[in-house]
Design a binder for this molecule. Structure first.
Ligand code: NI
Length: 300
């Protein structure tokens, strides 16, 4: 019996031993699994952090790139500084909404262009002094000076019609008149994307037929610079000395003497408190509801 008991005890011991070993193995297995799980979690956290940092970096890079693009396009451009609101397009461009209606205004107008050599000097002077003007262009000159006219428009200046070929509109039939207006608008619109909203009749000639047919206001002037007559900057400057609020000044962007006069007149007017406006701005701020076919001499 004793022997058997001992054998039994021995077997029991062996079983216990193997059970302990098994338990140990299982425990080790569990520890390994837990370790792997912990390692995986750490790797995932590390990857997530890296991804977030990378994303932040690329976003920063992108915004810096955008800034660079804005700076790059700003530098050579001659258009006004970018504002938070987008620039209006078409004829809406010809009325700035941030002018002071209580301050005096003058509308400089230039006929018979565009003419790169002179028009561009005038544009530069206006741009440097925050002024705008109206260019009554001759339709058949547009193809040659399209870029100059586009620049005038881009800088916020108004483009008006001075007919297609500078002909006396009084001699035309209603049908011819309509054709002439359409032809000019087509040439203007091909470059700036919109029609004209004002017309200056060549030679200042107007008749009843024109009043009935022309769909936009006809713009005369209250001050003639006589630049075409004198072709002398000093004379033009002298002629413009009597300027008053609401004046529409007649000039021609054909003569270098006119450009020279403008380079002197524009900064002087701005310094004395005048706002240099387009025809549409003059009407807008002076409360004039301009009608098609009607003649206007000034903003007074
Ligand atoms: Ni003319």
């Amino acid at each position: 019996m004793r022997l058997r008991d001992e054998e039994k005890n021995l077997k029991l011991g062996e079983r216990r031993e193997s059970a302990r070993k098994q338990q140990k193995m299982q425990d080790r297995g569990k520890i390994i699994v837990i370790n792997i799980a912990v390692a995986l979690v750490i790797v995932m956290i590390a990857l997530t952090v890296k991804a977030v940092v990378l994303d932040k970096n690329t976003k920063q890079q992108k915004s810096e790139d955008n800034k660079k693009v804005v700076e790059a396009t700003d530098a050579p451009s001659t258009t006004p500084a970018p504002s938070s609101t987008p620039e209006p397009v078409g004829a809406d461009r010809w009325i700035r909404k941030d002018l002071d209606s209580t301050k005096p205004m003058v509308a400089l107008t230039f006929d018979d262009g565009p003419y790169a050599k002179v028009t561009r000097r005038i544009l530069k002077s206006l741009q440097e002094n925050g002024g705008r003007a109206t260019f009554f262009v001759v339709g058949n000159r547009i193809e040659t000076y399209a870029e100059t006219m586009k620049l005038a428009y881009d800088q916020g200046n108004q483009i008006g019609s001075h007919t297609f070929d500078h002909s006396d509109l009084r001699t035309m039939s209603v049908k011819q008149l309509k054709k002439e207006i359409k032809k000019t608008n087509k040439a203007v619109s091909a470059v700036i994307g919109c029609d004209t909203t004002a017309l200056r009749p060549p030679y200042g000639n107007v008749n009843k037929k024109m009043r009935k047919t022309i769909p936009v206001p006809m713009i005369y002037w209250s001050l003639d610079s006589e630049d075409w007559k004198s072709r002398d900057a000093k004379s033009v400057i002298k002629q413009c000395k009597s300027v008053k609020d609401g004046e529409i000044i007649l000039m021609h962007d054909l003569y270098p003497s006119t450009a020279e006069a403008v380079e002197s007149i524009v900064p002087k007017l701005v310094k004395s408190g005048y706002q240099l406006v387009t025809i549409d701005e003059l009407f807008y701020y002076k409360g004039i509801q301009a009608k098609g076919g009607k003649v206007y001499y000034s903003g007074r």
